[in-house]
Write a protein that binds this ligand. Structure first.
Ligand code: ADP
Ligand code: MG
Length: 731
């Protein structure tokens, strides 16, 4: 069965060579019950470890069933141990956090047996060693004798031909020791049992052979009683642990030591929250700094504003606006973009209000003060309470509008504030977000002025450009023009009557020409009757045309609008949807130029964030590694039971996977609670708005990767040493 030929074992440590045993010759057969005795340090344990394949030997040759083992790899020895050896140790080598049942079951699981096939076998073994009452008791709560009986049951569970027991009674009282030896003698019938003992008298009645060692050598080898000739040992070929059982064990290991579970959970929870909040605050900084800056083209620099224009150059239709409003994150649309930058100014003796003119029918909120307008000249003001003019006094006051072109107060144009709404808007310091909701009629007037303001108006008379203004007057017929007396001197010897004036309006969006014929010439005297105007001096440099013609020139379709989104973080998303609709977009946010120093600051912050994240990962990696050190005993134990490196690694991967997932999803649960206002953690609430699903997925992948790498490294480190050395170091 087993044969040792001149086998020697040396230990090398720190340059010193110690001898475990030297030139041992030994032949062991099935059916033998061998007692090995000898004083401490004589090499008994070393010999058993070599025979068990737990330790290597340096000299000679060991044969297993006639096969040389000097060329055996670690894997071969693993396989040998699995099929041949059942070990029993003085220190029991049980998994203390497992129950009696689980300890015995463990070895069967590791050897690929199915859960349902295991049950009867384990129960039978528990009965055999007399521990039925303790089946579900944790091993740590048992007495030494009971523990050793569990170890014997475990060694028997695998049904190996060889049982090797190193001082199995060393830690037991007299009575327990007797019981254990009796148990061993029972199983020795059809196996090879080797027992190391200090108390030979105790085993004497049962053994078939006595071997005495001294100073690393066998000094006595005596047959005590004859052994019946045994057939060759029957061995089982063991399969690998099934996937389901790996999961079962991995999950069991995740929870069976509660303090360890809590610690690992806490580390993962910490790293999840720390990484997320670090990343979120980085994104927040990025976002806030993207809102800084200035540009000189637009006056309304609201960072949630997108200027839009149709790609085909056509004006916007109502259908277009409807589609834009359907985009979820869109808060409001200012149809005439020029109105956004060209704020309107209203004033009275007590107040001075400026803001963006909005169509009244777009106001869909609850008023804070006053009521909705009932006629064309009543308005609503919406704005931040921080603005000085947003006081209650403003309500019911009558305001005059300034002409957008001349900045003159229009005395006869009074607008009454009948409703007010307070809002906190996302703004930056360069723009006010005040909105003035006006009737369609007032809006038309404003748009006209805006168009005039952004247009160049040329008047061509007798092939000369004049410096005259153009204004509408209700008393002028369509297609005609009333000009002042001065026209008589513009071209020599030409009577202005029936002559043509070409009026050209040019702006960013269109170019429009209109020909009118001079119908009447107004003077100081007939001004009043012709045009219903009083001051000739004030009007003398104006060409009056019909209101209809004037409207045709200036009251044009809208070509450029502004879309305001709920939150400037949604600008990109909305812009993308608009582009898909065939609309050109310009996000005001992107037009802001920030100063060079903030650029440097940004790079610095990015670097700091990366360093912090990497440091956090390393710290948690090392903490988990330290916690895992306590698992050394477990893994060298299962290794001695035949678990391969791969199995150890897999079990650990599953264990960490379970805990890291729990921690991750616990944190996600917390976030969901905060998001749905079940609990309030302002800090979290603020940060999570900056995180997207993509960020969570990325973090998850990082966590899982970290768990995997930790498991891999740990498994590698335990397998650097032989199983027995790894175990010895820990116990
Ligand atoms: P026993 O089990 O008979 O008490 P051991 O087999 O444990 O004796 O030890 C035999 C010899 O080998 C002793 O001299 C001991 O000091 C030495 N030895 C055992 N294990 C190691 C080790 N890991 N490193 C160095 N020397 C060792
Ligand atoms: Mg020993």
């Amino acid at each position: 069965m087993i044969r040792l030929k001149n086998v020697s074992k040396f230990y090398y440590s720190k340059g010193v060579i110690a001898s475990g045993f030297t030139k041992v010759n030994l032949k062991l057969d099935m059916g033998e019950f061998v007692a090995i005795t000898g004083e401490s340090g004589s090499g008994k344990s070393t010999l058993l470890n070599v025979i068990s394949g737990l330790d290597s030997y340096e000299e000679g040759e060991m044969y297993i069933n006639g096969e040389e083992t000097s060329h055996y790899t670690e894997k071969d020895f693993e396989n040998y141990r699995r099929t041949y050896i059942g070990n029993i140790f003085q220190s029991f080598n049980l998994v203390n956090s497992y129950s009696v049942y689980q300890n015995i079951e463990l070895i069967l699981l590791l050897n690929g047996e199915k859960k349902k096939d295991i049950k009867d076998k384990v129960n039978e073994l528990i009965q055999k060693v007399g521990l039925e009452k303790f089946k579900n008791t944790k091993v740590s709560k048992l007495s030494g004798g009971q523990k050793q009986r569990v170890a014997i049951a475990r060694a028997l569970a695998k049904d190996t031909p060889i049982i090797i027991a190193d001082e199995p009674t060393g830690n037991l009282d007299e009575k327990s020791a007797k019981e254990v030896i009796q148990l061993l003698s029972q199983i020795a019938k059809d196996k090879l049992v080797i027992v190391v003992t200090h108390n030979y008298e105790q085993v004497e009645p049962y053994v078939t052979r006595k071997i005495k060692m001294h100073d690393g050598k066998i000094i006595e080898d005596k047959v005590i009683r004859p052994v019946e000739k045994q057939k060759n040992p029957k061995t089982h070929t063991y399969k690998n642990i099934t996937f389901a059982n790996k999961i079962r064990l991995g999950i069991r290991n995740a929870f069976n030591i509660i303090p360890k579970f809590l610690l690992v959970f806490a580390v993962y929870f910490f790293i999840t929250s720390a990484l997320l909040s670090e990343y979120a605050s980085f994104k927040k900084e990025e976002h806030l700094s993207s809102l800084e800056g200035y540009n000189w083209v637009f006056t309304d620099l609201s960072t949630n504003r997108i200027v839009v224009k149709k790609e085909n150059g056509e004006p916007f239709l109502d259908a277009d606006y409807q589609k834009i409003e359907e985009i979820e994150a869109v808060k409001s649309i200012s149809k005439n973009d020029l109105l956004v930058d060209g704020k309107i100014y209203l004033n009275s003796d007590v107040s001075y209000v400026y803001g963006t003119a909005m169509e009244l029918n777009t106001f869909d909120k609850e008023l804070d003060l006053g009521r909705m307008p009932t006629n064309d000249y009543e308005i609503i003001i919406e704005g931040s309470p921080d603005y000085y003019f947003m006081s209650e006094e403003l309500l019911n006051s009558e305001l005059n509008r300034e002409d957008l072109n001349t900045a003159q107060i229009k005395e006869d144009y009074k607008l009454k504030v009948v409703g007010m709404k307070y809002t906190e808007e996302e703004t930056n310091s360069y723009s006010s977000s005040t909105k003035i909701y006006v009737s369609d009629k007032v809006m038309k007037d404003i748009e006209k002025e805006i168009n005039e303001r952004y247009s160049t108006i040329k008047t061509l008379y007798q092939n000369q450009y004049t410096s005259y203004l153009v204004a509408p007057n209700e008393n002028v017929p369509v297609g005609k023009a009333y000009v002042s007396q001065e026209f008589e001197y513009l071209a020599e010897n030409v009577n202005p009557i029936d002559k043509t004036i070409e009026i050209e309006v040019e702006n960013m969006y269109y170019d429009e020409k209109l020909n009118v014929t001079i119908d009447k010439i107004y003077t100081k005297n007939n001004l009043e009757t012709l045009l219903k105007l009083k001051d000739y001096e004030e009007n003398a440099s104006t060409i009056f045309i019909s209101t209809q013609d004037y409207d045709n020139l200036f009251n044009k379709n809208v070509y450029q609008s502004s879309v305001f989104v709920e939150d400037s973080r949604e600008v990109e998303e909305v812009a993308k949807e608009l582009q898909d609709m065939g609309i050109q977009t310009l996000a005001i946010k992107d037009t802001l130029v920030s100063s060079g120093t903030s650029e440097i600051l940004r790079i610095f912050k990015t670097v700091v964030t990366i360093v912090v994240v990497v440091a956090l990962l390393f710290v948690s990696y090392f903490i988990i590694k330290i916690i895992l050190k306590s698992r050394n005993v477990y893994f060298s134990t299962i290794r001695m039971l035949g678990a391969t490196k791969k199995i150890c690694k897999n079990l650990l991967v599953i264990e960490l996977f379970v805990v890291s997932n729990l921690a991750f999803f616990a944190f996600i649960g917390l976030i969901l609670l905060v998001q749905n206002n079940v609990i309030t953690i302002d800090y979290l609430n603020n940060l999570i708005t900056y995180l997207s699903i993509r960020d969570y997925i990325l973090l998850y992948v990082i966590l899982i990767l970290m768990s995997y790498i930790t498991s891999l490294k740990f498994a590698k480190s335990i397998f650097k040493k032989t199983a027995i050395n790894a175990y010895k170091e820990e116990v």
